[in-house]
Design a protein around this ligand. Sequence first.
Ligand code: NAP
Ligand code: MG
Length: 453
Amino acid sequence: MSATYTVVNPATEQAVTDVAMASLAEADAAIERAAEAYPAWRDTAPGERARLLRRFAAVVDEHIPELAELEVRNSGHTWGNATWEAGNVRDVLNYYSAAPERLTGHQIPVAGGINVTFHEPLGVVGIIVPWNFPMPIAGWGFGPALAAGNTVVLKPAELTPLTAIRLAELALEAGIPEGVFTVVPGKGSVVGERFVTHPLVRKVCFTGSTDVGKKIMAGCADQVKRVTLELGGKSANIVFADADLAKAAAAAPSAVFDNAGQDCCARSRILVQRSAYDEFVSLLQPAVAGVKVIDPSDRSSEMGPLISAAQKAAVQGFVDEVEVAFAGVAPQGPGYWFAPTVVLADDPQQRIWREEVFGPVVAVMPFDDEAHAVELANDTEFGLSGSIYTRDVGRALRVSRGVEAGNLSVNSHSSVRYWTPFGGFKQSGLGRELGPDAPHSFTEVKNVFISND
Ligand code: NAP
Ligand code: MG
């Protein structure tokens, strides 16, 4: 008899459904089925694997409203975001459906024969997904992993398993063979850990907190298991005095409050050049007040609730330590609502400036010049993303090169694009996802010399 988990709608605190949680034995069985399905999937002709992935994308496309509605109820994501997220799974599958036929190696000149390289799939890949973006983060793993010829076992977060479970059903409906893509709902300490320790899982792809990521990396060392980590962030939005301040202030709220701030790329530190600081803050206030925090199923909702009571308490803990400069409005309960909140920080040692809040709270701090901005931006153990607002092209280039982060945008807060690489510097992660090279991170390079004799 397996244990169950009651999924709760974070906007209403109402139970949605019960989900059976896999035991250790059930996790093992799923991994073994994935290992059995691997040889046939690996040996499926590239054009056929491509066709199946395109079919999977088409079936996801047909179910976008259903998937989005499920995510609104399970995760409290706004209808607009959830619809984009389901579409992102479709787009990622379509993009990587081109990979099986393009996974080419090299032919390298040698004496006495020929030398060629192959990108061989790894076998079973274990993907561990957090609750903040259940659909996209799953797809960023399983899209390129399947395209490269691996089979996949995927553990969704306990809090948000529903869309992943549905995606696995849609994969079967699309004709992806049994065992090739299996979703295993369960606890991190049971199913997630088993991906790390089971020898048939040849790579772990983890997105979540830096603390758990470190444990996973340490655990993978035991079998020299391949690992990709996408961890936390404390990204800087750097606004220079020469920027279009109105544009920068109008764009800043969504860069940190989108998904109620539960975004590893959230620009949760705004650095403003001192000479423009007062003007920027006065422009920011109405922009924050204007964020529409309402029922996420309302088509015009811009921000929904936090994921859980525990997350709300954690965010409140950060805010209790500081003085709030101004805040937007949010509904009163039920639901784990938290108003968009702005703190004017002056000490880079403050917890609000250093730690990932993972909620709708932003800290604003002045800086003196370009060097000071880069120094403050880099004074963190994280390095995931960031933004630079300036009209000076040279400065934009210098600061882009100076900030130690994997994903930067100039005069924009670009979100993750599936056809460009994504990942973190420093303790924000290890390896890269997405972009043209992602299938390579789910393969080993094999070098073969064939003699003329
Ligand atoms: P987490 O504990 O790192 O969870 C992420 C995933 O890892 C979940 O599926 C979780 O399963 C699983 N997991 C937990 N412990 C594990 C273990 N020992 N071995 C293998 N898998 C394990 O993150 P969280 O508790 O959801 O959130 C805590 C904080 O992490 C957030 O407040 C935020 O700061 C950060 N976070 C960052 C991201 C990101 O995108 N970078 C995403 C989410 C959270 P369970 O669901 O069963 O715990
Ligand atoms: Mg946790």
